[in-house]
Every structure is written in C-alpha cells, then in structure tokens.
Design a protein around this ligand. Structure first.
Ligand SMILES: NC(=O)c1ccc[n+]([C@@H]2O[C@H](COP(=O)([O-])OP(=O)(O)OC[C@H]3O[C@@H](n4cnc5c(N)ncnc54)[C@H](O)[C@@H]3O)[C@@H](O)[C@H]2O)c1
Length: 402
C-alpha cells in the first residue's frame, strides 16, 4: 500500500487464490489495512492482486514476504524456495529482489540468490541485485507502523545495498544498513528472541509467585518504576502468532547445524512458554474445584481467540491450546472474539456473542485476549467466576489472576 501511495505500479502476487479474490474485491484480511485504503489503491489503477505468475513480468523490484513456519521444529523453507524460483523465472537484468521473510542467517546468500540464479541463468551482483530486510510490522500497533519504523537493510554487495536503500527511501521508510545479509537476518531473530526469552522469564516467575505469597503483577509494576536497566514484560497464557513461538527456533536450528551447540536460553524459553496454556487449564481446574465442580461438563467461556489484543489473527494462539486442554477434560467451551469472528475462519470452539445470558450460564470465564472493543464491564459486574490471565480486570469476589 505504501508503494502504491508513492506512485509505484504494484502487483500483489500470491498463490492463495482466495486471498487474491478478496483483495481484488477490495476486502482486506490484514488488520491494519482498511478496506477503504485497499479500494483507494485499486482505484488508482496502480495496484492489482494476482495469482498468475506472468503478472510478475517486467518487475523492477520484487519483495518476498512468504511464510517461514516450522516443520518438525526446524525451518520449513518450502515457501521461500517456491517464491525464489518464481521470481527467478520472471526476473530480467537490472532488477532488485529483497527477501523480507523472517529466517535463519544465511538464507539470502545460500538459498534465495542461488535459486534465482539457477532459474534465470543470470548472475547476482552483475545481472541483478539482491538483499535482505526483515519485516518489522507489529499488527494492531497504533503508534509504530510500516512508514515510521526504521528498517534494517543489507545487500549482497554495495550496489545492491544502495538500490535497496533507494527503494525504501522512496517508500518514505527510514533505514539503517548492516554489512551483510546474515547480520540483517540475525538482527530480526535477536529482536524476537529477546522478547520470547523475557516473556518466558516473567512467566516462570508467575508460575511460582503464588507459592511465594506475592502478586507478580504488583512486583512487575514496582520493578518497572526503575527508569533505567529494566524493561517491562508481562506474563500471559503463552506466546502466540507466527513470530515469537517460531523465530527463536530458526536461530537455534542454524546454530546447532553449524556448531553442534544448543542455545540454552531459547530451549528454556520454549519449554516455559509452551507450558503456560497447561498452567491456565490447571488454574481453571483449581477454580472450578474450589466451587465443587469438575471441568467435565462445566461451561467455560473463553474471552479472546486471537494471539494478541486488537488483532483478529488466531494463528498459533495460546487460547487454542487452552481450549483443547479444557475440551479434552470434557468442558463445554464457547469463545467470544468479534475480531476473529469477522474473518470467518474456523475456530476451535463455537463463537458466541457476549451477552448477560452467556455470562450467567458460564461456570467460569477465562480472559485470554484483552481486546479493547469488548464490554468488559459486563464481566466485571457479573458474579460468574473469572480467571484473568492478562491482569485486565479489577479484583472482585470470584475473580482471580493467573
Ligand atoms: N505478519 C507480521 O506481523 C510479521 C511481522 C514480522 C515478520 N513477519 C514475517 O513475514 C513473513 C510473512 O508473514 P505473514 O504474516 O505475512 O504470512 P502470511 O502467511 O499471512 O502471508 C504469506 C502469503 O504468502 C503466500 N505464498 C506462499 N508461497 C508463495 C509463493 N511461492 N508465491 C507467492 N505467494 C506465496 C501465502 O499464500 C500467503 O498468503 C514470515 O516470515 C513472518 O515471520 C510477519
């Protein structure tokens, strides 16, 4: 969208025809892109969505932003491979290719560039230019967006870097360059691993805080008053999305492959963060038990299916693991999430509207995702027991924090 705004002719090429059809009809599936903005782009005549590879013909710049998921705990490079091949089939001399997908250090050099060379018969650095620049989008963040977030950039050589910088500057994006594509690839993994590890650390404290007789939230707020040397992270029901639970494993996989060493921080963080949904199920069991109720047959209302607040994205969401755990124990689970509902995707539990009757029928409400656009006052004012994993509501009779 930024490229359309700045006067480029843009093709959004995707192999997913359902997504292409939606985009062509002006229906956005991205939280931060409104239908109005998409329709505006289409009406300029400078944007098309297409599933036809020949729409790539004659491109000057290709930006690859395909998924990089995990398979058997290692990188699944299928999409990067197929995208690099299709770019290689349509590239012409003088063009620039930028990989933006989050990936292990070495991908641009060892995988993307050789695949493009093989498919095109062109030589990188001579016939075409290439580099890496990690995506830094934080979905739902009202302050930091594509245009005002500095982009780390790296080229396979000086000329490639100069062209990459010129491209992002043309989009109005601030840039900072590093000396190699490996450094840019690792910078992204460092950013996400830093977050992953710090969340795991507060999660581990949250697991034992009750045994220590302290309120972990009070402790974190107290520590956060230190104006230097501390950065606030908060516990939760587990980490989700397609970045935090996945990216650190790209790093540990590559380190293990090259050195035989394991990254112990990442392994410990994975273990703790993956345990959190089980802890939420355990806490739910405790709360029901205290009311002489088994999980089996209890009606549990889960607030939030998305992996983060104000997003409709439920991929890798901890609420999925929590709900599966509750259902496995025989609970009758319903979920409330208007943002996920709007996307019409399949959900792990039936979606219901937040009504007084639903709250009254529930034996327990579990707060997983604290979307702003929810009438939290209804839950706050009710007498239904609540397990709040986000410290979002005020303490009242029957309301407990995770
Ligand atoms: N979404 C974010 O907030 C975010 C933030 C930072 C980094 N990233 C990274 O960006 C990358 C993409 O993430 P995403 O959330 O946009 O993924 P996504 O799954 O939403 O979108 C990727 C799209 O690529 C398409 N695709 C797959 N193979 C293709 C091919 N060969 N040719 C053309 N299209 C193809 C898929 O159909 C899909 O629509 C990942 O590496 C992710 O880790 C995403």
């Amino acid at each position: 969208m930024a490229a359309v705004d700045r006067g480029f002719d843009v093709v959004g090429y995707d192999v997913d025809t359902r997504r292409v059809d939606m985009l062509a009809e002006g229906r956005s599936f991205i939280d931060d892109i409104s239908n109005e903005r998409l329709i505006g782009a289409i009406s300029t005549g400078r944007y098309i969505a297409s599933a036809d590879p020949s729409s790539l013909e004659g491109f000057d710049v290709a930006v690859i932003t395909v998924p990089t998921p995990l398979k058997d705990r290692g990188p699944d490079m299928t999409y990067v491979v197929s995208a690099s091949e299709v770019v290689g089939q349509w590239i012409k001399p003088g063009a620039l290719v930028i990989l933006e997908s989050t990936t292990y250090p070495g991908t641009t050099d060892e995988l993307t560039v050789p695949l493009i060379e093989k498919a095109s018969g062109l030589v990188a650095g001579k016939d075409f230019f290439a580099g890496f620049s990690p995506e830094r989008i934080d979905p739902g963040n009202a302050k930091w967006n594509f245009e005002n977030t500095t982009k780390v950039i790296a080229g396979i050589d000086a000329e490639s870097l100069a062209r990459i910088e010129a491209f992002y500057v043309a989009l109005g994006v601030p840039t900072v360059s590093v000396s190699s594509t490996r450094a840019a690839e690792l910078a992204k993994l460092l950013e996400n691993t830093f977050r992953h590890v710090n969340i795991a650390m507060v999660n581990e404290l949250a697991l034992v805080a009750r045994d220590l007789g302290v309120d972990i939230w009070e402790v974190i707020d107290a520590a956060a008053t230190k104006p230097f040397g501390f950065m606030k992270f908060t516990p939760g029901p587990g980490v989700g999305g397609h970045c935090l639970p996945i990216d650190p494993s790209y790093l540990s996989w590559q380190v293990h492959r090259l050195t035989g060493e394991r990254l112990r921080f990442i392994e410990a963080a994975n273990e703790i963060n993956e345990y959190m949904p089980k802890f939420v199920v355990e806490r739910a069991r405790e709360m029901l038990n205290a009311r002489r109720k088994p999980v089996n047959g209890s009606r549990i209302m889960v607030m939030g299916l998305a992996y983060k607040k104000n997003s409709g994205d439920s991929r890798e969401s901890p609420s999925t693991a929590v709900i599966e755990g509750l259902i496995a124990d025989g609970a009758d689970v319903v979920a409330v999430d208007p943002l996920v509902a709007a996307l019409g995707v399949r959900t792990v539990a039936p979606l219901v509207e937040l009504t007084q009757a639903e709250i009254d029928t529930a034996d327990l409400v579990i707060v997983i995702t604290e979307h702003d656009d929810i009438d939290w006052g209804m839950i706050q004012a009710s007498s239904t027991p609540v397990l709040d994993t986000r410290h979002h509501l005020e303490l009242r009779e029957g309301l407990e924090y995770m």
